[in-house]
Write a new protein. Structure first.
Length: 475
């Protein structure tokens, strides 16, 4: 029976009933959007599992599950409080949200937790196939409990230094990062970059067994294209909770229109990012090799790059601008992916280009394409992008980008170096060659054993004898 179902309708005034309906509608909206965002954990798991080699599937799947678990616990213990409690310093110090001890707006915690878990999951794919489970658990919890919340507090909380919700706006507007191109994706991307540099590349990727550089970096083909595509579509679906859901409510006047705009711009940017990355890579291939080839990975990651690029500005740009943002996101992804290879930085799933570089572009794109009318409607600020004659917004975006790089790189790099010094970061070379599934998880992800040779021979003899008997009967 529903709570308070026994109460007679006459006991509730019309005004109270309307207030309950509005509150319930907003809670339900955030619940559905949060659930869609949480489904992105499945998308990341499928994409990562498809992208790694068969011998490491169990390992990356377990890490994606533990992302959700570690993220939930770390964010519950202190991450939520550090992010959103009152305090004008580095993080919130009010104390109301620690362990949700004095805080009962549970839908708020749930929705924000899904964002924190997303930031942590970005790192898992980058360091796949060579990172120890102990290291993974350490950085996943540390990221969601402390590193990510500080970025959230500075950019999204009311007391944040560069927040667009601060009563004393930085440069008169604050940083607009509506759903987290910088807060979520850049944070995960910069952390992944630090991890990849400290951890080093997979064996055989850029160097031979003697440690000599390879003339051409080795490619490790994805073991399941089907899982990659499935993961990409699940992530795209989850983005419709990620971006429109960041209105945090649907009942106030105009919120529905903002959510609808977010859905449209998200779609257009993802689609144009896919097309841009695919055909840019094809054209580069024609120039260098003389052959036209169409790389599925470029299409998938280009789409994800376009989705990341629109995340910061989905509510403040026009649809035509979303297409341009997606196109440039595709270029950013292709070029940054090739740059990492040139620098011999090994990213197993290209998470750094997709989330780090395209997240950075998403913040810059806000300062370029943000419409004055859209900003006024969504944020109540008198500002806009460079194309509309304003320069303060892009200045805020640049400062925000620098804050994210400095904080994530400055904190996580020493953290990873410490793990490496303690021997907790990278698996043994023999274990890496064998694969983490066998060396760490009690066996391979797929049972590829076939029938024994004796059984096959016995079956053949049995069928031959039956065939002989039938031939004799016919004769």
């Amino acid at each position: 029976m529903p709570l308070n179902a026994h109460r007679h309708l006459d006991e509730v005034s019309t005004e109270d009933a309307l207030a309950y309906l509005i509150e319930g509608t907003d809670n339900f909206y955030s619940l559905v959007c949060g659930a869609m965002i949480f489904l992105m954990q499945c998308g990341f798991a499928m994409l990562c599992a498809g992208s790694v080699r068969q011998k490491n599937v169990k390992n990356i799947m377990l890490k994606n599950i533990l992302d959700a678990c570690g993220g939930a616990l770390g964010f519950w213990v202190c991450g939520f409080a550090l992010a959103y409690d009152d305090g004008k310093g580095l993080f919130g110090t009010g104390g109301d949200r620690f362990l949700l001890w004095n805080y009962s707006n549970y839908i708020d915690f749930f929705f924000q937790f899904t964002f924190a878990a997303t930031a942590a999951t970005i790192v898992a794919g980058t360091v796949a196939e060579r990172c120890k489970m102990s290291a993974y658990l350490c950085y996943s919890i540390f990221l969601t409990a402390f590193v990510y919340p500080v970025i959230v507090h500075q950019i999204w909380a009311g007391d944040g230094f560069i927040s667009a919700f601060n009563s004393d706006l930085f440069l008169g507007c604050g940083m607009i990062d509506f759903a987290g191109s910088g807060v979520v994706h850049m944070t995960g991307g910069i952390t992944a970059l630090s991890a990849a540099i400290v951890l080093g590349p997979r064996l055989g990727r850029f160097y031979d067994e003697d440690g000599q550089p390879l003339e051409t970096p080795a490619d490790f083909p994805a073991h399941s294209v089907a899982l990659q595509v499935l993961g990409t579509f699940i992530l795209w679906f989850g983005w419709y909770g990620f971006n429109p859901g960041s209105t945090l409510a649907i009942s106030p006047s105009g919120y529905g229109a903002v959510a609808a705009l977010c859905a449209v711009t998200t779609t257009l940017s993802g689609a144009s990012g896919c097309v841009s990355a695919l055909f840019t890579d094809t054209i580069l291939g024609i120039i260098s090799e003389g052959e036209a080839e169409y790389d599925l990975t470029m299409a998938m990651n280009g789409a994800l790059g376009g989705l990341v690029g629109i995340t910061a500005n989905c509510c403040v740009v026009e649809p035509w601008a979303a297409v341009l943002i997606g196109i440039i996101s595709g270029w950013v992804y292709v070029l940054s992916s090739k740059l990492l290879v040139k620098l011999k930085i090994d990213d197993a799933v290209d998470a750094i280009p997709v989330h780090g570089f395209c997240g950075m572009w998403g913040c810059l794109a806000t300062g370029i394409f943000a419409s004055t009318d859209r900003v006024a409607f969504a944020y109540g600020s008198d500002t806009g992008g460079v194309l509309y004659g304003y320069g303060n917004l892009i200045a805020c975006e640049i400062v925000g980008i620098l804050i994210i790089i400095a904080w994530c790189g400055g904190v996580m790099t020493p953290f990873f170096i410490g793990l490496k010094a303690l021997g907790l970061f990278r698996v043994d070379p023999v274990e890496e060659k064998v694969g983490l599934d066998i060396s760490h998880h009690k066996g391979a992800a797929y049972d590829l054993t076939g029938p024994s040779g004796d059984d096959v021979d016995a079956l053949a003899e049995k069928r031959a004898s039956k065939h002989g008997e039938k031939f004799s009967d016919d004769a």
